[in-house]
Structures are given as structure tokens and as C-alpha cells.
Write a new protein. Sequence first.
Length: 33
Amino acid sequence: MHSTSAQAEGGITAIFRKGSATKQATIDKYFKH
């Protein structure tokens, strides 16, 4: 359970490190699941 949460947080952190446009597109994908 912890490893899955860590991976999810790591992915979100990577998103925020990228450009805001890419971040927004990826966030949209996350919420459409």
C-alpha cells in the first residue's frame, strides 16, 4: 500500500516539475479515469 502511494506521489511530483501545460493535460487524464 505504501509503495503504491509513493509511486503515485512520485508521478504527481514529476508532473509538477514539467511545464504547466503538460501538467494540466496529465491532470485531466488522471481525473478522467
